[in-house]
Design a binder for this molecule. Structure first.
Ligand SMILES: [Zn+2]
Length: 146
């Protein structure tokens, strides 16, 4: 009986917490979207077909803007054990198109200090947790734009 080679564990890497957070080999991480060349619709993530006009050709991968405006939010006071609360779960309309949910940081979770339509910027940073294989993860957040 021959000894089987021990499985080689890949070296830990840094990954995006969501598929649309891209980490290029060269350059800064970014949020990826799709733009329809027929109707101009912009959405978060990659699509083969336009959800607005139904075009099956001409939907192209784009880099989404790293700025936008706060569309809506909620202050979350209860969550899973270990998740610090309160925090602000926000919905942001990105400049140039695309709408997504994420946490708004850098402002107190107090409705008196949060304004609808306030300009925000997308910040991408490593989260402190690693998975069981030692991989680290980048996540995106929104911060008030100075
Ligand atoms: Zn379209």
């Amino acid at each position: 009986m021959s000894a089987a080679a021990a499985p080689v564990k890949p070296a830990p890497t840094t990954k995006g917490v969501v598929a649309f957070l891209k980490i290029p080999k060269d350059g800064a991480p970014y949020l990826a979207g799709s733009k329809c060349s027929k109707c101009g619709e912009v959405v978060v993530g990659t699509r083969d077909v336009c959800g607005k006009c139904g075009a099956r050709k001409g939907v192209e991968a784009i880099k989404l803007a790293d700025t936008g405006k706060l569309y809506n939010y909620t202050v979350v006071h209860r969550n899973f054990p270990g998740v610090p609360v309160p925090f602000i779960s926000a919905i942001v309309d990105l400049d140039g198109g695309g709408t997504l949910k994420g946490n708004l940081v850098g402002v107190e979770p107090d409705p008196a200090k949060i304004k609808f339509d306030m300009p925000v910027k997308v910040v991408i940073r490593e989260v402190p947790q690693k998975d069981k294989d030692g991989n680290s993860y980048l996540a995106y957040f929104f911060e008030p734009k100075a």
